[in-house]
Design a protein around this ligand. Structure first.
Ligand code: ADP
Ligand code: MG
Length: 670
C-alpha cells in the first residue's frame, strides 16, 4: 500500500528549496572595501552581476518575497555588491557621472573659455580636442572641471557606500533573523522528521495491525459463517423442540388432569390408609394382648404338664446286637387306648438268684415305670422334637429351659441331643431342631415388633474341669482351663472364662458350631479314651428378646445337656492302673449326677439350701434349674437285656426326678 504523502513531507520539500537563499544571504560582502574601486571597475563588476541577478531574480522571487531584496547581492566573495536600485545613478549627478562611467579614461583637458583664455577647442569627431600645450589655463580649467566632477562622483559614491553599508547592516540583521528562522525551521524539520519517522513506525505498526486485523477478520468471517450455519441448525432444532414442547405441554396438561384425579384418589386412599392404620394399630394391640395371653396360657399349660418332666426314650437294637427276648420291654397303652401317646414302660428282669419256695427259678420280675412320655425304639427324631418344641417356645417367652439326656453309655443320649452320624436331616437331634425352631419363631415374632438375638456356647465338663468345645486355633483340643464365674459383681448371670460365646442367627452357623464341637471332642478322644462318654456336654443358648415399641424385654438361657454315661463300674473288675483312673472318672460322674438329683430334690422340696456348688455341672446350670426354670430329662435306655441293670438304675433315677415338682415358673421379664 502506498503511504499517503504527509503534509510534513511537503514542508520538508519547501525547506530544501529555501536553503540556497540562506546561503545567498551569507555571501553578502561584509566590508565596503571593494566599493572603493574605480567607476570602471564598478561597472565591470556590476555588469555580470546584473546578468546573474536577473537569472536568479525569477527563481528567488518564486520562493521568498523577502529574498527579492537580496537577489541582487553578489553570489561570491569579491563580486561587487550593488543592488539593482543602486545601479541607477543618482538623479543629481547622473548627467555628470554618466559620461565618466561610459569612458575608460578622461579626455584631453580643454582650456576654459573665458575672457583672456582660449576657448575650448571644438569637438573633432565626437572627441574633445586636445588643448595645445601652451594653453595651460585651459588645461587647468579642464582639470578643475574634472576634479569637481570627481568630487561630485566621490560624494555620490560615498552616499552609495553609506547606503550599501546600511543595506548590508539590514541584510546582516535579516541574515541573523533568517538564521534563527532557519534553525527553528531545522528544529521543526527535525521534529517533523521525528514525527514522520514516528508516523512511519506507527504506519508500519498500523499496517501490521491492519494485516492482523484482516487476518482476524478472515477468521471472524469464517466463524460468522459457521455461527450462521449453527444458527440455522439451532433454528431448525428450536423448531423441532418447539414442536416437542407443544406436544409435551399437551401431555403435561393431560398428566396434570390425571394427576389431580390421582391426588384426589391419593387423598381418599390416605384417608383409607389412616383408617386402616388405626384398625391395624388396634389389631396390633389386640395381637399383642393375644400374644401375651398366649404366653401366659402356654406357660400355664407347661406348668400343668409339670415344670420338670421326664421322657423315656428306648433306642432301637442296632445291627449286630442280640435281639432281646420278647416281653423284655413293654410299652403299655394309656387309659385311652393305643391312640394315646405312650407314657408307661415295663421292663422284665429274670433274677436267677431269687427262687421260689418250691426251689424252681422265679419268673421274671416286672418293673413298671411311668413318665410324662415314653418313646419306643421306633420313635423318630421329629416325633421326639414335637414333644419338646412347646418347651423350647417357653425359652423365647423368657423362661429358662434345661433339657438333659441321662443314661448309660451307648443308650442314645448323643443321638437324641445332636443327632445321628452322616448329616441325615431325618437324624438331626434336638439341638439343631430346637435352634431352627427358635429362629423361625423369632422371625414370626419380628412381625409383632419383637427382635431376638442368640448367643451360643458349648462346653464339656470332665472330671470336674470345664473345657470349651468351640475353641479354635491353638486352643483347639487343648482343653484349656475354663472357670465358671459370675458375669459381674452382684450379677445372677454365669459365664465360663476362656470359652467362646458365638452369636448365631441361622442354622448354618449352628451346624458349623456342632461340627467344631465334634472335632474338638475327636481330638480329645485320642488323648483320653472315650472321654466324650465320660463327660457332660453343655450346649447353652442365651436368648434375648426386645419389643422396642412397648419397652418389653425378656432373656432366658436354653440349656441342652448330654450327660456323661451313668453306668457304674463293675465291682468285680480287677483294679489295674487304667481301672483306677476309670474309677476316679466314674466317681466324679456319679458324684455330679447324684448332685444333680439332689439339687432337683432340694428344689422340689423347696429346701433353703440347694447344693448347686457341689458339682461344676449344677453350678453352671443353676440359672436353668430352680424356681423359674422348666426342666426336661430324657432318660435314654438300651433295649438290650444285657444292659437291664443299668437301664433299671436309669429308670429309677428318672422316676425320682419325675416325682419332683418345682415351683411355679416365672418368666424372666423386665
Ligand atoms: P450315648 O451318647 O448315650 O453314648 P449314642 O448316642 O452314641 O449313645 O448311641 C450309641 C449308638 O446308638 C450310636 O451309633 C447311635 O447312632 C445309635 N443310636 C442311638 N439312638 C438311636 C436311635 N434312636 N435310632 C437309631 N440309632 C440310635
Ligand atoms: Mg454320647
Amino acid at each position: 500500500m502506498e503511504p499517503q504523502r504527509s503534509p510534513l513531507l511537503e514542508v520538508k520539500g519547501n525547506v530544501e528549496l529555501k536553503r540556497p537563499l540562506a546561503k545567498a544571504a551569507s555571501r553578502l560582502p561584509l566590508s565596503g572595501r571593494r566599493l572603493k574601486r574605480g567607476p570602471d571597475q564598478m561597472e565591470e563588476a556590476l555588469e555580470p552581476e546584473k546578468k546573474r541577478t536577473r537569472g536568479l531574480g525569477t527563481r528567488v522571487s518564486m520562493t521568498h518575497p523577502r529574498a527579492a531584496a537580496l537577489s541582487s547581492a553578489p553570489q561570491t566573495q569579491g563580486q561587487t555588491t550593488v543592488p539593482k536600485a543602486l545601479r541607477k545613478p543618482a538623479p543629481r549627478c547622473s548627467t555628470a557621472v554618466a559620461p565618466v562611467l561610459k569612458t575608460q579614461k578622461p579626455g584631453p583637458v580643454v582650456p576654459a573659455q573665458k575672457p583672456g583664455t582660449t576657448a575650448a577647442p571644438p569637438m573633432v569627431g565626437g572627441k574633445k580636442p586636445k588643448r595645445p600645450a601652451w594653453d595651460l589655463k585651459g588645461q587647468l580649467c579642464d582639470l578643475n572641471a574634472e576634479l569637481k566632477c570627481c568630487r561630485e562622483k566621490k560624494q555620490v559614491l560615498d552616499q552609495e557606500n553609506q547606503q550599501l553599508r546600511d543595506q548590508l547592516q539590514e541584510a546582516q540583521q535579516q541574515a541573523l533573523a533568517l538564521g534563527a528562522e532557519r534553525r527553528s525551521l531545522e528544529e521543526e524539520l527535525t521534529r517533523v522528521r521525528a514525527q514522520a519517522e514516528q508516523g512511519q513506525r506507527e504506519l508500519g505498526n498500523l499496517s501490521a495491525r491492519v494485516l492482523e486485523l484482516e487476518e482476524r477478520l478472515g477468521t471472524q468471517e469464517g466463524l460468522v459463517q459457521e455461527l450462521q450455519k449453527e444458527q440455522l441448525r439451532l433454528q431448525e432444532e428450536r423448531t423441532g423442540l418447539a414442536a416437542r414442547l407443544g406436544e409435551q405441554e399437551r401431555r403435561l396438561q393431560t398428566s396434570e388432569a390425571s394427576l389431580s384425579d390421582s391426588q384426589e384418589e391419593v387423598a381418599s386412599l390416605r384417608q383409607e390408609a389412616a383408617a386402616r392404620e388405626a384398625v391395624l394399630a388396634e389389631r396390633e394391640d389386640r395381637l399383642h394382648g393375644l400374644e401375651m395371653e398366649r404366653r401366659r396360657l402356654h406357660n400355664q399349660l407347661q406348668e400343668l404338664k409339670g415344670n420338670i418332666r421326664v421322657f423315656c426314650r428306648v433306642r432301637p437294637v442296632l445291627p449286630g446286637e442280640s435281639t432281646p427276648s420278647p416281653g423284655f420291654l413293654q410299652f403299655p397303652s394309656g387309659p385311652c387306648g393305643p391312640s394315646d401317646p405312650p407314657t408307661r414302660l415295663s421292663l422284665s428282669r429274670s433274677d436267677e438268684r431269687r427262687g421260689t419256695l418250691s426251689g424252681a427259678p422265679a419268673g421274671p420280675t416286672r418293673h413298671d415305670f411311668s413318665f410324662d412320655r415314653v418313646f419306643p425304639p421306633g420313635s423318630g427324631q421329629d416325633e421326639v422334637f414335637e414333644e419338646i418344641s412347646m418347651l423350647v417356645q417357653s425359652a423365647l417367652d423368657g423362661y429358662p429351659v434345661c433339657i438333659f439326656a441321662y443314661g448309660q453309655t451307648g443308650s442314645g443320649k448323643t443321638f437324641t441331643m445332636e443327632g445321628g452320624p452322616g448329616g441325615d436331616p431325618q437324624m438331626e437331634g434336638l439341638i439343631p431342631r430346637a435352634l431352627r425352631h427358635l429362629f423361625s419363631v423369632a422371625q414370626e415374632l419380628s412381625g409383632q415388633g419383637w427382635t431376638y438375638s442368640f448367643v451360643a456356647s458349648y462346653v464339656e465338663i470332665y472330671n470336674e474341669t470345664v473345657r470349651d468345645l468351640l475353641a479354635t486355633g491353638t486352643r483347639k483340643g487343648q482343653g484349656g482351663e475354663c472357670e465358671i464365674r459370675r458375669a459381674g459383681p452382684g450379677s445372677e448371670e454365669l459365664t465360663v472364662t476362656n470359652a467362646r460365646y458365638v452369636p448365631v442367627s441361622c442354622e448354618r452357623e449352628v451346624e458349623a458350631l456342632l461340627h467344631l464341637a465334634r472335632q474338638n471332642r475327636a481330638v480329645a478322644r485320642t488323648a483320653q479314651n472315650e472321654r466324650s462318654s465320660r463327660s457332660h456336654s453343655v450346649f447353652q443358648l442365651q436368648i434375648s428378646g426386645e419389643h422396642a415399641g412397648r419397652g418389653l424385654q425378656c432373656a432366658a438361657p436354653l440349656s441342652l445337656v448330654d450327660l456323661a454315661g451313668s453306668e457304674r463300674l463293675d465291682p468285680g473288675l480287677a483294679l489295674g492302673p487304667g481301672e483306677r483312673e476309670r474309677l476316679r472318672e466314674t466317681q466324679a460322674i456319679n458324684s455330679s449326677l447324684s448332685t444333680l438329683g439332689l439339687v432337683i430334690m432340694a428344689l422340689s422340696n423347696k429346701e433353703s439350701h440347694v447344693p448347686y456348688r457341689n458339682s461344676k455341672l449344677t453350678y453352671l446350670l443353676q440359672n436353668s434349674l430352680g424356681g423359674s426354670a422348666k426342666m426336661l430329662m430324657f432318660v435314654n435306655i438300651s433295649p438290650l437285656e444285657e444292659n437291664v441293670s443299668e437301664s433299671l438304675n436309669s429308670l429309677r433315677f428318672a422316676s425320682k426326678v419325675n416325682q419332683c415338682v418345682i415351683g411355679t415358673a416365672q418368666a424372666n421379664k423386665k
